[in-house]
Design a protein around this ligand. Sequence first.
Ligand SMILES: [Zn+2]
Length: 213
Amino acid sequence: MPEDESAEQGPSSRLPSDGLQLRTAGAWPPFVGGGQRRCSFCGRREGSARHLVRSRDAYICDECVDLAAEAIAAAPPDAKSLRIRRPAPARSDPGATEEEIERVFETAIGGDTSDDERMELIEGGSNLGTTLELIRQRLPPDQRADSYVEYVRMLSEDEAEVHFVLVYPGGPTAPRFPFAGHAVLSDGHWKVSRETWCRLIGTIGIPCPPPPA
Ligand SMILES: [Zn+2]
């Protein structure tokens, strides 16, 4: 009987609740933290890999195992350190997807977006209205951050890793917090993954309700 690993995935138990202290990307391992298990090499989630092999706190997917085996077979005998790069997923519209994901993140996180529009841009966002209300209660308007996407890296046809910065009001000396999360293709639209949203608001102590059924 396989061991039950669900207990070690609960993101809510890891969220800080110490007021306004924000976690930066440095405190969050972008490939293994925040819930879903991912390949430590290519970043793909468990659901998009055929197999995910685990040892200690690292994971590797079947495709990265194959790439590593090829690299080892082709390496000169004295080569110690080898590097693999997983090929980017093939797409018909290179660039357009990244632009759309950038727009979705910068609209859903920060800015003057309406609650309805924000919920529409977050995966399973229909029951997140209460979290938006809590954000308003915690943060006065002049303390709300804007977000700027720094880069988008496609992981598969329906998922991308998104690195963005939260910029707080106050001009060039205002605090900036780097953050990493995921975009997912949900019902034909790119959205901020619910996991990313919940982790983000968790940094200011706001809990997420369970996903809508
Ligand atoms: Zn991999």
